[in-house]
Design a protein around this ligand. Structure first.
Ligand SMILES: [Zn+2]
Length: 454
């Protein structure tokens, strides 16, 4: 009897992670992610799965990002009643991210209906905020390194993967086979997160390849951020920092706390964290000490360096504060969220600054700003860009190609096969070639929907 592995997402793309594992009439899914980005990919979220959700016995989540968890509410809405396994921090983050995702799905559907451009009338959300809340009750947690039994006779173990709070790789042992899923791997030199743990031996390895064809530049967040914020503070301007609510928002807060502590930034420089999701995620760092590089004192410094503006009234009040200040707000690529109001407010004056904190996807406002465009369109208006634009190069939460290879090289014995996933085609294929050339292991990029005996 063979163990079968089926690729239902994250091949040729970084989104929609879903791997079906089947053995002896039983099955579970590793990750349950949303397809995001291009419309062609997003439409896949509406395709039926090749297995009825009520036949699936368990789901195991490697981490909380929506491209790994955001399909879960669809699964529970359509009849899945098994357990959803994750680390405690992943569960805590999913409680923040999934309801917000449902809320956004509802807003998108309402927008499509208002503008009449949906083929379906009325357009229906993929799932609602309530569907997402309903899906949370299936969660069960297991700590890193503590084996659990998702199906009788199957053994699963989470392994630290760095990346974001709670992120794990997964070793699944079933039918005499060991399958290792990398999940999303963090960097050895991450500013917040610990490096990934050494991976165990396995027969088959499923490895991510987001940066399979790229190396990160050598850089230092403090050295990039310090002089920029000093400049804007000296001229009495406002720095608007679009941030991702989980991960980068906390890295920026930690950096600002250190810069104030070192005397590089004035202690009195007002800093605002204007994102309810980022505020909630920040609070999780002190709840999960030991999963990241910060001790209790550094967590406290990170939490107290900014004024947290959860309510809309507090958010609006920021604009009435004169003098230099730093405003962190979501979303990270300025595609939506409160940061848009701050951009409208501050982009038009030379005194101000926009600090872009990570990769800016083509087509986003962040990419427009990063390219030096003289205008950017927000809420149907062309806003002139006179503020200084600073692009940080030090903000990726993913291992680069060398770090992915180092992680693979640390596997104690050659696996029989490596499946390269979670990357665009060029990145996945570049990593596949490196694995074959340097390690002489059999590696392949599977087809979407293909099934393999492992
Ligand atoms: Zn991720």
């Amino acid at each position: 009897m063979n163990v079968h592995l089926r690729f239902l997402g994250a091949v040729g793309t970084v989104t929609g992670s879903k791997y079906l594992v089947e053995f002896d009439g039983h099955s579970l899914m590793v990750d349950c992610g949303l397809f995001q980005g291009y419309k062609q990919l997003r439409l896949r979220n509406r395709d039926p799965l090749p297995i009825l959700p009520n036949r699936l016995e368990a789901v195991i989540l490697t981490h909380a990002h929506l491209d790994h968890t955001g399909y879960l509410p669809v699964l529970t809405k359509e009849g899945f009643r098994g357990k959803v396994w994750s680390t405690p921090a992943t569960r805590d983050l999913a409680q923040i991210l999934l309801p917000d995702s449902g809320h956004l799905q509802e807003e998108d559907a309402a927008f499509a209906n208002r503008h009449g451009f949906s083929k379906h009338s009325p357009a229906l959300p993929l799932y609602t905020e309530q569907d997402a809340r309903d899906s949370l009750k299936y969660f069960r947690t297991a700590h890193m390194g503590e084996p659990f039994e998702p199906i009788r006779g199957w053994r699963a173990t989470f392994i630290h993967a760095g990346h974001i709070l709670g992120a794990s790789s997964l070793l699944l042992e079933v039918g005499g086979r060991r399958i290792l899923f990398s999940g999303d791997l963090g960097r050895d030199d991450d500013f917040l997160m610990n490096p990934p743990d050494r991976p165990p031996a396995a027969d088959a390895v499923v490895v991510e390849s987001t940066y399979g064809d790229r190396e990160h530049p050598e850089e230092d967040l403090l050295a990039e951020l310090g002089p920029a914020l000093q400049r804007v503070a000296a001229r009495g301007g406002t720095a608007v920092v679009p941030v991702f609510a989980v991960g980068r928002a906390q890295a920026l807060l930690h950096a600002i706390a250190l810069l104030k502590d070192n005397g590089i930034l004035p202690q009195g420089l007002p800093v605002y964290l204007d994102s309810p999701m980022a505020i909630q995620s920040t609070g999780l760092f002190s709840r999960h000490l030991g999963e990241h590089r910060l001790d209790a004192q550094a967590c406290h410094a990170m939490e107290s360096v900014a004024r947290m503006t959860a309510s809309v009234e507090d958010s609006k009040a920021i604009a009435r504060q004169h003098g230099p200040k730093v405003v962190l707000a979501a979303s990270g690529m300025a595609t939506g969220g409160r940061v848009l109001h701050h951009l409208v407010q501050y982009l038009g004056h030379h005194r101000n600054m926009v600090v872009l904190t990570g990769y800016q996807s083509p087509g986003t406002r962040g990419a427009t700003l990063s390219s030096g465009a003289p205008h950017v369109r927000i809420h149907g208006q062309d806003i002139p860009v006179r503020a200084e634009i600073v692009q940080l190069s030090s903000a990726s939460a993913h291992a680069d190609a060398s770090q992915l290879m180092d992680w693979l090289r640390a596997i104690p014995a050659a696996p029989r096969r490596v499946f390269v996933t979670h990357g665009d085609m060029a990145a996945s294929d570049a990593l596949r070639q490196q694995i074959e050339r340097q390690l002489r292991w059999q590696a392949l990029v599977p087809e979407h929907g293909s099934t393999w005996a492992v």
